[in-house]
Design a protein around this ligand. Structure first.
Ligand code: TYM
Length: 357
């Protein structure tokens, strides 16, 4: 059944793209392997962790899947955001997605707030989600710890995520390790919804890369590299200046050893080797061989070169895209229209089942 539905959806999206000049997406009308959706929230600068754990996976999926990738700007409201900065960062994220290899002709690349169905489905899902389950989410517990006042948005955050995924009836959600629990909750929500209103949704599966699904902080390798970390030395931003990148990587915290060898118990060096491995395609054994007889310092210098070389063309492309705001705005509009074609169809189905006029 899912094959037939997937095929029908594919045609619908391709037809839609035909009206909106999605030329490449129309090249072949073959059946896709399913639907994927994912996104990143605009709560801080996009990091190398986001790229390795998520965006680099997304770019590999646009040929074979009906792909939806979004800038999750509504999610960032759970933190205090300066409106001017948020607007600019949303544009910049969109440009960074493209610069990192996402082709808007091959997927629906959109900004979450430009598809109002996300907020509408969010409300419906809010009414089938037990509060206790939301309170048990690790991310909620971490983020609400030591906070005097916790806003309801922080608790509801995974409900909006489920709305994002279910609006496109996604089969797969490519994410880093830290989002797995939220997707498991989304799977439960599918059961709650279908039991109450009838079969509308299917359970999405998380897709987590075997290597690089949890890149650690450079300043504290026991913690995840996070865009909201106040210690900017711990994270590599996609847009960091080469000099800053070099400094951060040279200063990366490691143990007191010297031999470059992959060992999970040596968190700092294991993290640097993982980044090196993912960005160069080399295995740990090959990296060990390259750095035989050398010290940690050599690995850090080598890694700085790799990261700088990886990000240089990305930063140049980002600058070029940001210099042409009209073009960016038109891509965003097309992406939102492509996403809405699917989202509005799902929302109609949901309202029909729930008796909402
Ligand atoms: P966000 O913005 O925190 O992260 C975006 C993606 O990057 C992954 N990631 C990492 N991967 C490896 N190492 C790291 N250090 C690292 N840090 C982050 C995340 O797992 C994620 O895949 N709530 C989501 C955004 C979102 C979303 C969705 C995701 C909104 N709606 C629907 C999937 C489906 C978030 O905050 O991701």
């Amino acid at each position: 059944m899912s094959f037939t539905m997937g095929h029908r959806r594919t045609n619908m999206i391709l037809d839609f793209r035909a009206n909106h000049c999605y030329v490449d997406g129309m090249k072949n009308n073959q059946a896709k392997k399913g639907t994927v959706l994912s996104g990143s929230t605009t709560s801080g600068d996009l990091t190398l962790g986001n790229y390795i754990g998520a965006v680099s996976q997304w770019t590999k999926m646009t040929e074979d899947y009906d792909a939806y990738f979004m800038v999750a700007n509504l999610h960032s409201l759970t933190d205090h955001q300066d409106p001017k900065e948020l607007r600019e960062r949303t544009l910049s994220f969109y440009a960074q997605y493209i610069a990192l290899g996402l082709d808007p002709a091959k997927c629906a690349l959109f900004v979450q707030s430009m598809v109002p169905e996300h907020a509408e489905l969010n409300w419906v899902l809010t009414n089938i989600t037990p509060i206790g389950q939301l309170e048990r989410m690790t991310q909620f517990k971490d983020k609400s710890e030591n906070k005097k006042q916790i806003n309801a948005g922080l608790l509801m955050y995974p409900v909006l995520m489920a709305a994002d995924i279910l609006l496109y009836r996604a089969d797969f959600v490519p994410v880093g390790q830290d989002q797995k629990q939220h997707i498991e909750l989304c799977r439960d929500m599918v059961k709650y919804f279908n039991n109450r209103f009838g079969d509308v949704f299917k359970e999405p599966a998380p897709l987590i890369a075997p290597k690089g699904a949890k890149i650690m902080s450079l300043a504290d390798p026991t913690k995840k590299m996070s865009k909201s970390d106040p210690d900017k030395n711990g994270m590599i931003s996609i847009l960091d200046d080469p000099k800053v990148l070099e400094k951060k990587l040279k200063r990366a915290v490691t143990d007191s050893g010297t031999v470059v060898k992959y060992d999970e118990n040596s968190a700092g060096i294991a993290n640097l080797m993982t980044i090196y491995s993912v960005l160069t395609g080399k295995s740990y054994a090959e990296i060990e061989k390259d750095f035989e007889g050398k010290m940690y310092g050599h690995l850090k210098v080598g890694l700085a070169e790799v990261v700088i070389e990886t990000l240089k063309p990305v930063q140049a492309k980002h600058r070029e895209l940001m210099a042409n705001r009209d073009h960016l705005a038109s891509l965003m509009k097309q992406g939102a229209e492509a996403a809405r074609a699917k989202a509005s169809e799902t929302l109609r189905l949901v309202y029909d089942h729930a008796g909402i006029l």
